[in-house]
Every structure is written in C-alpha cells, then in structure tokens.
Design a binder for this molecule. Structure first.
Ligand code: FMN
Length: 304
C-alpha cells in the first residue's frame, strides 16, 4: 500500500542547510536537493519520519505524528538517541530472558495510564510501509475480562460439542478438513476440563485471573498487518515486564475471536478488524527465580 503524501514532511526552509542527509535515508525517494535546499515532492511518501530523525537541523516535521505517542505517563524515557552499539546488549538480553508468561495474578487492577504506556511502547515497533494500522482494544477491569472469558467459553463449549461427535469429526475429515480431528486429539480433553472448572466456580484457566486484557488487531488496508501487530505485541510484553506487570499471550481467545464474530463483538472489536493477539495483563502473584530454557533452534548458514 502506498499512501499518497498525506504525511509528507514539511520543510522549514530557513533551517535547512542542504546537507542532503534526509535524501539518502528516504525509502520513498520523494526528497531531492535543489538550489541547496531539500525539495519535498509529496506523492509516495509513507510518512516514516526517517528524514525528520536524521536531520541535524530539525528542519523537517511530519504532520501525521501525534504527540500522544510520546506522552508517556509512567515510563520515563531519557530521550537519549541510542546509536547502534550504544547500549548494553547484555542488559537487553537480561530483560528478554526474564519475561515469563504469567499464569497467576493479584486481584489489583492495572491503571489505565500504565496500559497506555504499554501501548505506546508497543507502537515503537516497525510496520510494513509504515502503515501503523494496528488497533488496541483495552479491557481494563476484571469484570470486562470475565465477560470476554464467558464469550470464549461459549465458543469452545460449541466446538467441544461438535468435536465430541465422532460422526461429525469423520464427516469433516472426509471433506478434507482435519482440523476437528486434530482439535479433538490435542485440545478437547483439556478444554473440557477448563470449561468444567469455569462453570463450577469461575476458575479462570483462560486468562489466569488477569485483571486486564489488550486485544491487538488491525484495520483493513495494511501491507503486513499480522507482522506489524505481533512486533508491537512483542514490545508490549517487554514493556509490561519492565513496569512490573505479568503478561501472557492467549491464543485460545484469538482463535475464538477469529472464528466467531460474537466473541469479537464481546471484546468490543468492529467486524472489519482482524485479531492478531490477545494479551492478558496484571500484577503477578508469582516470582521467577531464573530464566526458562530454550531448545536449540535450527540455524542454517549459506555461504555461496
Ligand atoms: C501465539 C501464542 C499463543 C499462546 N497462547 C497461550 C494460551 O492460550 N494460554 C497460555 O496460558 N499461554 C499461551 N501462550 C504462552 C506460551 O505457552 C509461552 O509463551 C511458552 O510456553 C514459553 O513460555 P514463556 O513465555 O514464559 O517464555 C501463548 C504464546 C504464544 C506465543
């Protein structure tokens, strides 16, 4: 998707010294030098802000930039521009390795400003053609989280009833659709147990008692909506950890929203949006003593 210049940079001609740095970093080729000054030809600009970021004179502004994105409430960024190699990679890895999927939370609510800062940290992520078409739907109370949990439970109750029927499973498989058979084998029993616990005393095996949920979605029209949303989500997990929050991605809720528009509506999302991640958040009631391990990944080298 190429956006046609609505976010094209505005040049302060008095400040521009014609160094041409912005021309070299522009991915859209809409900047050039003429008469010792930058010339902005708007069409094709994706509003990425590279020109603004590189300009030593602060001579460029991007009209689409919103101050909200920088107005952190509880996080205090130093404002320092950290060059490649200008930070301790070891500290970063410490943070990444220390984050855990949290499945035990205190009943304490997560204040709105904390959630908003997590989202602000999320949208520092890159996005395909800088489309930033991600959306964040916040369920900020335990009651709202439980109400979504009820909708997800309804969906999986229906799926389990279908999957329990051997003839239906075989019928799907005959039509070349193995998913119900796979679901029966891998999820049916644990889902049945979780649903029974939910019915019995509202034991929450879905959101694990989290007091907030953020649904990360996308509006139509982005070039890489899933990648954008998941990159933002990764940032959010790390920011949440730094803020003292526990977090857990809830794939079951994503599946329910993708397959059943009633569940999506229960979370407050309009039909045209796509759901990419559901993030449970809350103050952790568990502390981890050490990082979790990882299996060795397949790493392949090609040298010629
Ligand atoms: C796409 C995705 C979906 C997940 N869905 C669930 C889920 O529905 N419920 C849950 O408790 N954990 C879920 N998790 C958490 C994983 O189980 C967890 O990330 C993994 O076991 C590694 O543990 P760690 O996050 O503590 O490193 C999900 C993780 C991912 C990436």
């Amino acid at each position: 998707m190429v956006r046609m210049g609505s976010d094209s940079p505005i040049l302060d001609a008095a400040a521009c010294v014609g160094c041409g740095e912005c021309v070299t970093v522009c991915p859209s080729g809409v900047l050039s030098l003429g008469d010792g000054l930058v010339v902005v030809a708007g069409a094709g600009c994706i509003g990425c802000g590279q020109c603004r970021a590189v300009c030593p004179q602060c001579a460029l502004t991007i009209p689409g930039d919103d101050p909200w994105a920088q107005a952190y409430d509880v996080i205090e960024p130093s404002g320092e521009q950290i060059a490649p190699g200008g930070c301790q990679a070891g500290r970063l890895v410490d943070i990444m390795r220390s984050r855990r999927s949290c499945r035990r939370y205190l009943e304490r609510p997560v204040p709105g400003p904390v959630i908003e800062d997590v989202i602000r940290a999320g949208i520092t992520a890159p996005s395909g053609t800088n489309s930033q078409a991600w959306t964040f739907t916040v369920l900020a109370t335990r009651a709202a989280v439980m109400s979504l949990g009820q909708a997800v439970a309804g969906f999986f109750g229906r799926v389990n009833r279908l999957a329990a029927n051997r003839l239906v499973r075989k019928g799907y498989a005959l039509l070349g659709r193995r998913e119900l058979e796979d679901y029966y084998r891998e999820h049916y029993a644990s889902v049945a147990e979780a649903l029974a616990a939910w019915e019995r005393d509202r034991t929450d095996r879905l959101f694990h008692g989290a007091t907030a949920v953020v649904v990360v979605g996308s509006r139509p029209g982005a070039s890489c909506p899933a990648e954008d949303a998941l990159l933002a989500t990764g940032n959010m997990l790390l920011a949440a950890h730094c803020l003292g929050l526990g977090s857990c991605l809830i794939g079951y809720a994503v599946e329910a929203m993708r397959h059943d528009k009633r569940v999506k509506a229960a979370a407050g999302l309009p039909r045209e949006e796509t759901v990419h991640a559901v993030l449970a958040l809350g103050w952790p009631a568990v502390a981890y003593a050490r990082p979790a391990g990882r299996r060795r990944p397949l790493v392949r080298y090609k040298t010629a």
